[in-house]
Ligand binder design. Structure first.
Ligand SMILES: Cc1ncc(COP(=O)(O)O)c(C=O)c1O
Length: 451
């Protein structure tokens, strides 16, 4: 009987999804043509796997304020915020002016330029655990440098990451296929990884104890981003801080996404200071950016005046567009007050969306912190990646297509990163669209997801 009911609900969801996809295809001929063309030069028509979703992704041609437009001329409220790099929206005048000034003075100057020291100073004064910083071109490079530095300075080989963590293209972990596996991508840097369990200190402590003296670093996001927008409990982070201090491992916070969640990132908000921090995304003002920084005694190893200096070079590490736009963004646009305002809006939106799901009695959970929101069609509480493994991807796909139809642009995987241009009215519109979706599909969603 239960099996028959599940089959029936899948049919309902299958049917609704097939109809939504067919409307999507009919309504987006120019995006389809762009995708078909893109497939001629790039596998799957994309150079960022994360932006692909079936039947094909919308081709985005323009952005302004909090809106983006696709190739077929549809306007969307942008809730994706380019996976959190697009914090500033699309036409911030301060950032534009800074980029134009940098452009006018010439690119690829081949020397220290007038922006990078100021950006470094701004980063160090904003994030309390960063005493010295180095820039890279991406968060992936930043996390590589932080982890490789930890291995170099401790002389130890192993690295703990949380199950299902994402620290960049070459530090990608998913649900382990078999016990003992790390769920890592075959493309990962071949370091020896061991897995912790977010918010499960006894399980994590047991792994730490087993690998004790050979662990160079414990790497954790204070709020897991790609892993589902799952906040780490302060107690869990403090336990990691205490353990690493006691055992000579370095604690690395990956704040590529979470640095936006409070004026001084999550390290500032919680008062828990890692040894090293990884940065990325929005801090480049919308241009390619990454960085790593932390304790002065560790970072000083990169000082080229030292005989034992570690070398970290990269042609574009100080590219003037990023340095100039990043400086304007960090010091003049995303001020501490602005950070508090945007994240409070995100908290109110998450609460409103969860209230809609509760009122409709549909098992949809909206997780996260501040301006980062994850969406999980699952029954029960969501505190760690394992709580999300049973989520209904079909329900999520249907939600995604329904939101696109209603003019709201977000990630297929159930993710939103608010930008500073979004208003309370935009939040009310998304909440209303979500309510309409939940009401319309409630029975099928309840049956498919369980409750
Ligand atoms: C937590 C985290 N670390 C690292 C990265 C990698 O950054 P990038 O995409 O700039 O390489 C990301 C990107 O999504 C991220 O979310």
């Amino acid at each position: 009987m239960a099996e028959a009911r599940a089959q029936h609900s899948n049919l309902n969801l299958d049917h609704a999804l097939a109809e939504a996809e067919s409307r999507f295809i009919d309504g987006n001929a120019a995006s389809l043509a762009a995708f078909t063309h893109a497939c001629e030069g790039m596998p799957g028509g994309t150079t960022r796997n994360v932006l692909y979703y079936p039947p094909f992704p919308l081709n985005i041609v323009r952005g302004e304020g909090a809106r983006v437009w696709d190739a077929d001329g549809h306007a969307y409220t942008d809730w994706l915020g380019d996976m959190s790099a697009g914090l500033f929206g699309h036409s911030n005048p301060e950032i534009r002016a800074a980029a134009e000034e940098a452009l006018a003075a010439g690119l690829t100057l081949g020397g220290p330029n007038r922006y990078e020291a100021a950006l470094a100073e701004a980063v160090c004064s904003r994030f309390p655990a960063i005493e010295l910083v180095r820039f890279t071109n991406s968060g992936s490079e930043g996390s590589y440098m932080a982890i490789a530095t930890a291995r170099a300075v401790t002389g130890r080989p192993k690295v703990m990451v949380m199950e299902s963590a994402y620290h960049g293209g070459h530090f990608t972990f998913g649900r382990p296929a078999a016990p003992g596996g790390d769920g890592g991508s075959p493309l990962n840097v071949p370091f020896e990884f061991v897995l912790g369990q977010l918010n499960d200190w006894p399980a994590t402590e047991a792994v730490l104890a087993a690998h004790g003296d050979s662990l160079a670093a414990v790497v954790v996001e204070p709020v897991m981003g790609a892993g589902g927008c799952l906040p780490a409990d302060p107690d869990f982070l403090q336990a990691l801080r205490d353990w690493t201090t006691a055992h000579g491992s370095l604690l690395v916070f990956d704040e590529v996404m979470t640095s936006r969640l409070a004026p001084g990132g999550m390290q500032g908000k919680l008062g828990i200071h890692p040894d090293l921090t990884v940065l990325g995304k929005w801090i480049g003002g919308g241009f390619s950016f990454g960085g790593f920084g932390g304790r002065a005694d560790i970072m000083a190893r990169f000082d080229p005046r030292r005989p034992d200096a570690l070398s970290a070079s990269g042609t574009f590490n100080n590219n003037v567009m990023t340095m100039a736009a990043g400086l304007a963004g960090l010091t003049r646009v995303y001020t501490p007050d602005r950070a508090i305002e945007v994240n409070a809006r995100g908290d109110r939106l998450r609460d409103a969306l969860n209230a809609e799901a509760a009122a409709a009695e549909v098992p949809f959970r909206f997780t996260g912190a501040g301006s980062l929101i994850g969406i999980h069609p699952v029954a029960g509480e969501v505190r760690s990646p394992r709580d999300t493994y049973g989520r209904s991807d079909q329900a999520l796909a249907l939600y995604h297509l329904a939101m696109l139809e209603a003019g709201h642009y977000l990630a297929r995987r159930g993710y939103m990163a608010l930008n500073i241009e979004l208003t309370d009215e935009d939040c009310a519109a998304l909440t209303a669209a979500t309510r309409a979706f939940l009401d319309r599909f409630a029975p099928a969603l309840r049956e498919a997801v369980g409750s």
